[in-house]
Design a protein around this ligand. Sequence first.
Ligand code: AMP
Ligand code: ZN
Length: 470
Amino acid sequence: MKIFDTLQRRKVEFEPIEPGKVGIYVCGPTVYNLIHIGNARPMIVFDTFRRYLEYKGYDVNYVSNFTDVDDKIIKAANEEGVSASDISEKYIAECKKDMSDLNIKPATHHPQATKEIDGMIRMIQKLIDNGHAYVAADGTVYFSVETDEGYGKLSHKDMNEMMSGLRDLKVSGEEQKRNANDFVLWKPKKEGEPFWESPWCEGRPGWHIECSVMSQKYIGDTVDIHCGGEDLIFPHHENEIAQSECATGKPFCKYWMHNGFLKINNEKMSKSLGNFFTVRDITAQYDPMVLRLFILSAQYRTPLNFSKELMEQTKASYERILNCTDKLKELSAVCASKPYSDAENEAAAQAEGFVREFENAMEDDNNTANAETAVFEIVRLANSTVNGDSSAEYVAYMLEVIRKLCDGVLGVISDRRADSLDTEIEELIAKRQEARKARDFKTADAIRDQLTAMGIILEDTREGVKWKKA
Ligand code: AMP
Ligand code: ZN
């Protein structure tokens, strides 16, 4: 399997540190409001990558953090007159709801910065002890980039060039720093901010240190693959490498994968520009699976431009999958069990060819765009070869292939319509029962009419209410 490694700037063969096992760390969101669909891109593409590794039989330890202490969280808390943890806990729950709607598997570990402060203090102390960090007069601890020979290797920045563009530290109010590129490991508290005790001052950690500490704790000194959006390459990931490698003396990550931006009108979608849609905005209008299918319609490193037109096209593509699985499910109930016909043998061989194409696409740097194409080929093949005379085994086989690739790897639920309709019907029936119990026959009749309009026939039996499609 090949992946594009940002550090080596080329596609390389993937080999885990320990055979059969993969440790993946994905930088997660800062939780101060609802996530937007740009934030959902890394979540979806790396979840799909994880699913493919699991499909191949790897044991994946997938770690993704929540940044739950940060200026933006504190600002939101002050605006709403609540504590920072009220804000972060609320938006962690909201984010998990979006992830579940988008069928993103929960990580093996979802660490939170505020719960890992002790580990951060230990790593910072180590960096001070071995001369890579220094404490300023006000208790701020900085990492000293000059002490790290490799600094700049991920973002391919030249330190000499970076130095030549230095701002005047006095002018920018950073005279405590030895070098403009030095970054904060620990900073003193300000009025009204959450803080923790530390050997240097009451304060809180800088942003970068949390990922170094959590990846080490939940995966190890060296991570197989570290992922995130390409905006994190510099300074966040560059600084993570510096801290971790100077603290452990070992390589921090074997591979780095970065996703390209989700754009809107060819501009990066971001909260600061205000040009964003939240996942909630989109899932109010579309099935979340349409959004997932849309995000995966481009290879993860290429920019992807969001538009309503593309969402409409994707919705129609998703309908094609749903219609196909509806038909397959219906036929699997009526078709007779018999050996494959010659034509079915041939079609099954063709389907296996598309499965190989799907796998080849995923092996080629997580190319979900080509993987989706292979799934649509299978859908087309199923539609053109399955009918009332098909062998029940052949119908079941086609359904299984779609489920394996589409649901299993892409995480796009292929027969959701039936399920969600079932739930809706069952909820209506329960409401009608409640109304009848309360002798509110008007409401009960209205619900029955609504169900009739949906093509549902109710039968009151001794075992309770049964329903079927008209
Ligand atoms: P943040 O909450 O801004 O730290 O972002 C969380 C994750 O979303 C990071 O991996 C970012 O790189 C990623 N991200 C933010 N905006 C976009 C975007 N427009 N397209 C793709 N990824 C993004
Ligand atoms: Zn991070």
